[in-house]
Write a protein that binds this ligand. Structure first.
Ligand SMILES: Cc1cc2nc3c(=O)[nH]c(=O)nc-3n(C[C@H](O)[C@H](O)[C@H](O)COP(=O)(O)O)c2cc1C
Length: 410
């Protein structure tokens, strides 16, 4: 990218602009002009709310493209318009992103062309929220914002100042030059130039559940947050991510293909099925044992006699992928969750499993289920202690390391 003119970075890029129903929608008309000047092909979806503030004619005249408005359009849907729109652009920008659109995105509602496209997309999504400052500060909006950020949605934050409603506070749509800067920054740092673009990466996440009988199981406290954050970070850099997840309360990050599994044996099968892959990252907290001979009926209490559980060792996913005879991925990474002697155990695990890197974490605190993590990256050559940070930041840092790995191996 060195020596490349900033002005050129947007040339030839394809952007889908979703215009929501905010008073600041008028700014989008200027935004379209400025993007067109920079060589961006802009397609636009105008929501029912958006139509109240700008006309389809203005948007299509400025973008020099048809404006899409209806989900149930016979002409557009003859070619599955919502799927096509969601896939053929490099970036989707929602501006103004109203409270309503944010809530629908966070909940996965697909009740119109804009929300259906946002749910169907495998492309990065950027939102520029704008609204009354009370609406912005409302717990519901802030919670939706957190959900969206966690899934990898990029956010151009609203500015402070005079609002159209006459109040003063946070909620103004970012100015057009600032939105352009954010879009440029995205493409500069973007997945388009990332060595992860198009790489197939498998991530395992969450706990596994090992059945005792039809109603009971052995599990652990893994929430899946770290694995999901890694899947989101890799996907945001252009990797095709398959997320093989044990039971969690989380939904798949944008653009990530999730395969839901229950037991360690299912996870093993699905991970093997995902090969060949450029990298496999085993983040899941896989149960070490399963119960032999699970009965079809619930085990009943028997006058104080305790049922015997015959435990059998589960397949070792990390070890078998690391030693796969024909399809050993170039990069295999494991996590080592320990409650003591973290680094030494991790070094032993690296040698024993035959993987390339281990991320060792001390889970004696509230790491399992919590939002933060403290990890050490152990490789054959080095060990590096990363600062205590959020699981999202750990995921970003790991993604940067993986990018370096693929850059060097190109
Ligand atoms: C004059 C007017 C201005 C509005 N401005 C905003 C706004 O800036 N942000 C917002 O979230 N909602 C705003 N609303 C409410 C939205 O238009 C409303 O929630 C609508 O359902 C959003 O539609 P959408 O999902 O198509 O964006 C405004 C409503 C009116 C009548």
């Amino acid at each position: 990218m060195k020596g490349r003119l900033l002005a050129d970075i947007l040339k030839g890029k394809k952007l889908l602009l979703i215009i929501g129903g905010g008073i600041a929608a008028y700014k989008c008309l200027d935004l379209i002009r400025r993007l067109k000047e920079r060589g961006v092909n802009v397609q636009a979806i105008l929501t029912k709310g958006g139509e109240q503030f700008v006309t389809p004619l203005s948007v299509s005249s400025l973008s020099e493209n048809k404006v899409y408005q209806e989900l149930f359009s016979l002409t557009d849907e003859a070619e599955m318009g919502h799927i096509r729109l969601s896939r053929e652009n490099d970036l989707i920008l929602v501006a103004p992103a109203t409270a309503d659109l944010m809530a629908k995105m966070a909940s996965g509602i697909a009740d119109n062309l804009a929300t259906t496209t946002l749910l169907a997309t495998d492309k990065p999504v950027m939102i520029a929220p704008t609204m009354n400052s009370q609406m912005w500060g409302h717990a519901a909006t802030q919670s939706n914002l957190s959900v969206l950020k966690e899934r990898g949605t990029l956010v151009i934050p609203p500015a402070d100042g005079d609002l159209a409603c006459g109040e003063v506070g946070t909620g103004r749509l970012a100015e057009v030059p600032d939105m352009i800067k954010e879009i440029e920054a995205f493409f500069l740092s973007s997945r388009a130039s990332s060595p992860l673009m198009g790489k197939n990466i498998t991530v395992t996440a969450g706990p596994t559940h090992e059945a005792i009988d039809p109603v009971r199981y052995i599990a652990n406290h893994s929430s899946g947050k770290q694995g999901y954050a890694i899947a989101a970070a890799l996907s945001a850099r252009g990797a095709n991510v398959t997320l093989i997840s044990g039971p969690t309360a989380l939904s798949a990050p944008d653009g990530v293909e999730k395969v839901a599994v229950i037991s360690a044996r299912d996870m093993m099968d699905e991970t093997a099925k995902s090969l060949p892959a450029d990298a496999v990252i085993c983040v899941a907290a896989v149960a070490d044992w399963y119960v032999d001979g699970t009965p079809d009926q619930k085990i009943k209490k028997q006058n104080g006699a305790l049922p015997e559980l015959n435990l059998i060792e589960n397949p070792d996913i990390l070890k078998s992928i690391s030693n796969h005879e024909s399809q050993r991925p170039p990069l295999v990474i494991g996590f080592a969750a320990e409650t003591e002697n973290v680094i030494n155990y991790a070094k032993t695990k690296l040698a024993k499993k035959g993987c390339d890197w281990i991320l060792a974490n001390d889970i004696s605190g509230d790491v399992m289920g919590g939002d933060d993590n403290q990890v050490h990256l152990i490789t054959a050559e080095a060990e590096d202690t990363w600062p205590h940070s959020s699981k999202i930041d750990v995921a970003k840092k790991l993604t940067e390391h993986i990018e370096e790995y693929f850059k060097d191996s190109e």
